[in-house]
Design a protein around this ligand. Structure first.
Ligand code: TXA
Ligand code: MG
Length: 372
């Protein structure tokens, strides 16, 4: 039985906000806009509501949720006072760093992994000793947090493993019938998820997920390097943090990365062994003055190419903002294959953009001959 045969969409005005708060108070899930992507929200202190998120998204319980806090919890002292974080488990140096990060980057797309406080149920952290906390920078979400008066858990409002939503329509297409309400707050400004940082007891910072707050800005603000997870640690973490898993954020069609002309040749050879090359293929271009489109049409003249261009700007802001929309548009076309040009830059927001593209293509890239 479908519990939500009709998912309603309301605008993020005073009436929409009141409806969202009423739903959250009665233990229901609501999709809400944030500055990064749309989140599927529930009252963090209502365990049945938290469970409903896992059901709606078909998300495994091993994947922990981010706790979103409002203005009243924007400092470490307030998070600790209300039992969201256990401040006593932080060393003095770690505490100073957390205070520096929250003062400089909150509200905004930065999630901190901190010792879990007694008020946070282990279903939220998947049994982990750390809780992910963020103070989002979106007027609708902030107003709802203020009115509800308690934290909200919110993973991205997509089916598990699929492309994250950056507008209400993306949410509707994946979760229609699975949730009661979507609050439409327009397009998300940042366009991809928050940066996730772990603060170690010696004050070192580890990047778990590149995102909307560039690492360069964090390093400049603190005068410290941010460490990347090494490959082995990343692999060990996969079951705990699927957003860090190699295959995630994926379109429903086979999707492959093209870094060079050699990849075009290899693709041609792999795919035409016993098959014709697909007749309709999507192409996402990510480089200034790219010559990939003419090369591909020359190499595969019988194929129809549906092309999307990511805006190419130095810091990758526009590219990040347009990334998931471009993937959603390609994914709704009757394509047999999607090809993604590997971006050249790995700086600023290009780091997160590349990360999402790598994960979106990870599964299909392992197949010698994509199924189409
Ligand atoms: O920008 C964002 O962070 C968005 C918006 C809605 O706020 N949220 C988001 O949530 O991206 P989600 O659940 O789609 O991704 C959160 C990632 C997951 O990969 C999860 O495994 C990881 O954060 N995570 C959450 N809590 C964690 C914890 N306690 N320890 C380790 N990883 C955690
Ligand atoms: Mg997600």
């Amino acid at each position: 039985m479908n519990e939500n045969p009709h998912t309603s969409i309301v605008t993020g005005d005073a009436d929409g906000i009141s409806q969202a708060v009423a739903h959250l108070r009665s233990g229901r899930t609501v999709a809400l806009p944030t500055e990064t992507v749309y989140g599927l929200a529930a009252d963090a202190f209502n365990s049945a509501a938290v469970e409903a998120i896992f059901v709606a998204k078909k998300r495994p319980h091993s994947d922990p949720l981010i706790v979103h806090v409002g203005e009243s919890h924007r400092t470490l002292a307030k998070l600790a006072a209300d039992g969201i974080v256990d401040g006593s488990k932080l060393t003095e140096v770690a505490r100073r760093i957390v205070e520096g990060l929250t003062a400089r980057f909150w509200p905004g797309p930065l999630t901190l992994l901190l010792p879990k406080g007694p008020k946070i149920d282990s279903s939220i952290t998947a049994g982990h000793a750390l809780v992910a906390v963020r103070h989002p920078d979106h007027p609708v979400f902030m107003e709802i947090l203020a009115r509800l008066g308690q934290p909200i858990v919110a993973p991205s409002a997509n089916l598990f493993g699929r492309i994250s939503p950056t507008c209400a329509d993306h949410v509707y297409r994946q979760l229609n019938g699975r949730i009661p309400l979507i609050v439409d707050g327009g397009e998300c400004r940042v366009g991809l998820e928050s940066t996730i940082l772990r603060i170690e007891s010696d004050g070192n910072l580890t990047l778990l997920r590149p995102g909307g707050t560039p690492v360069e800005g964090i390093e400049a603000a603190l005068g410290r390097r941010v460490r990347l997870l090494d490959a082995k640690e990343a692999e060990n973490r996969a079951p705990l943090a699927p957003g860090c898993m190699s295959s995630h954020y994926a379109p429903t069609k086979p999707t492959r990365m093209i870094a060079s002309l050699d990849d075009v040749k290899a693709l041609g050879e792999a795919m035409t062994a016993g098959h014709d090359f697909p007749t309709r293929v999507g192409l996402l271009l990510t480089r200034q003055g790219s010559t990939l489109a003419p090369t591909l049409s020359f190499t595969f003249p019988a194929t129809r190419w549906d092309i999307e261009h990511l805006p190419v700007d130095d810091q990758g802001r526009d590219a990040a903002a347009g990334l998931f929309s471009a993937l959603h548009r390609l994914d709704t076309l009757p394509l047999e294959l999607i090809l993604v040009e590997t971006p050249t830059s790995n700086q600023h927001l290009w780091r997160a953009t590349r990360d999402r593209l790598k994960r979106a293509t990870a599964r299909s890239d392992q197949l010698a001959v994509p199924k189409y």
